[in-house]
Write a protein that binds this ligand. Structure first.
Ligand code: ADP
Length: 190
């Protein structure tokens, strides 16, 4: 299939925003701290005058992906769609922050493979299961333990930790503020 060659390019859009677009993809257990750290990161980028967007796993399940459940094939499709949307937002010239459990290595690689080297960074929010479960910010672990929620990552569905993430955050050792500052200096030189 031949694609239409539009005149205004990704780099034109990025130049107008005076920034280098990239994707920061947070992966980790539910309750690990992805949304909390991403939120702090976006606040700081915003203060620095950067144009950003957060694609949050829970939020997209209310709209774009509301037809999907938590079976293995639906999880794969959930991630594929989020990856494709992150690519569109990247092409629009935005700094894209994705917060998605994304438990399977193969799916995260599928997302990474949409991008060139230096455009996509995988951040592993590394929180032990017992800590994430004790936080249980949305009460989901409790429901997973009683069986009210099936296929729950870490309890009744596997989480494949990244072997070589671009960045690893140990949330038992640093606050969301410190973690977001580390990401900022590492990937944005801010
Ligand atoms: P996720 O998006 O990974 O499901 P959330 O960010 O929604 O996780 O929830 C993480 C919870 O853990 C929040 O209630 C947050 O305040 C708490 N928390 C405690 N310590 C940290 C930390 N160091 N980093 C991130 N979150 C933390």
């Amino acid at each position: 299939m031949t694609l239409f060659d539009f005149t205004v390019s990704q780099s034109d859009r990025a130049k107008m925003k005076n920034q280098t677009p990239l994707v920061v993809w947070f992966t980790g257990l539910s309750g690990s701290g992805k949304s909390t750290i991403a939120n702090r990161l976006e606040e700081k980028l915003h203060q620095a005058g950067k144009h950003t967007f957060i694609l949050d796993g829970d939020n997209v399940r209310h709209g774009l992906n509301k037809d999907l459940g938590f079976s293995e094939s639906d999880r794969v499709e959930n991630i594929r769609r989020v990856a494709e949307v992150s690519k569109l937002l990247f092409d629009a010239g935005l700094i894209v922050i994705v917060t998605l459990i994304s438990p399977f290595r193969a799916d995260r690689n599928l997302a990474r493979n949409l991008f060139k080297k230096g455009e996509f960074f995988e951040v592993f929010v590394d929180t032990p299961l017992d800590v994430a479960e004790s936080r249980d910010p949305k009460g989901l672990y409790k429901k997973a333990r009683t069986g009210e929620i099936k296929n729950f990552t870490g309890i009744s569905s596997p989480y494949e930790a990244p072997d070589a993430p671009d960045f690893r955050i140990l949330t038992t050792e640093c606050s969301p503020d410190v973690a977001s500052s580390q990401i900022l200096s590492r990937f944005f030189k801010i």
